[in-house]
Design a protein around this ligand. Structure first.
Ligand code: NI
Length: 167
């Protein structure tokens, strides 16, 4: 296991569309375990493979509170099947240190993905988990939280990240 380096905005690798995973091999499982370790070390509630410079359609999420047992959820080749409702959540992102911005997304999501054992599954989520799934799925498309903000806010966020990364 290893803590991987997280890429920060505006690294161009965060803008690439990630490639599907043809098979869940032991290398993929090792990558997922490194991604989980990296997310917990940060700490964060989600991390997508492009954020550690790996252009693969994988993300991990754990929305358990600090005083709850960890509950790692692994999504390989995820597809969003359905979105509905509307919710505004103050989101952060490990590629945007020190940034928290209110973003509007769907309140409920239905997603299909492959798990760590190669098994397909479907999941319906709402609230924070639904927000996290949409946020991480965006990373696989090269879409970032700043894309949801006004041009002025985007500029401010860019400066904030640059300052946090220098510090
Ligand atoms: Ni993110």
């Amino acid at each position: 296991m290893a803590v991987l380096t997280i890429l920060h905005y505006p690294d161009p690798r965060l803008r690439e569309r990630a490639e599907p995973v043809p098979e869940v091999t032991s290398e993929i499982r090792a990558l997922v375990s490194d991604m989980a370790e990296t997310m917990y070390a940060a700490p964060g509630v989600g991390l997508a493979a492009p954020q550690v410079g790996v252009s693969k359609r994988i993300f991990v999420i754990d929305i358990a509170d600090e005083d709850e047992p960890s509950q790692l959820q692994v999504f390989i080749n995820p597809e969003i099947l359905h979105l509905d409702g509307s919710i505004v959540w103050k989101e952060g992102c490990l590629s945007f240190p020190d940034v928290a911005e209110e973003i509007r997304r769907a309140e409920r999501v239905r997603v299909r993905a492959i798990g760590l054992e190669g098994q397909p599954f479907e999941l319906e989520a709402e609230g924070l988990l639904a927000v996290a799934i949409q946020h991480e799925h965006d990373h696989l498309e090269g879409v970032l939280m700043v894309d949801k903000l006004s041009a002025i806010k985007r500029k401010l966020v860019g400066r904030k990240v640059a300052k946090a990364v220098r510090a």
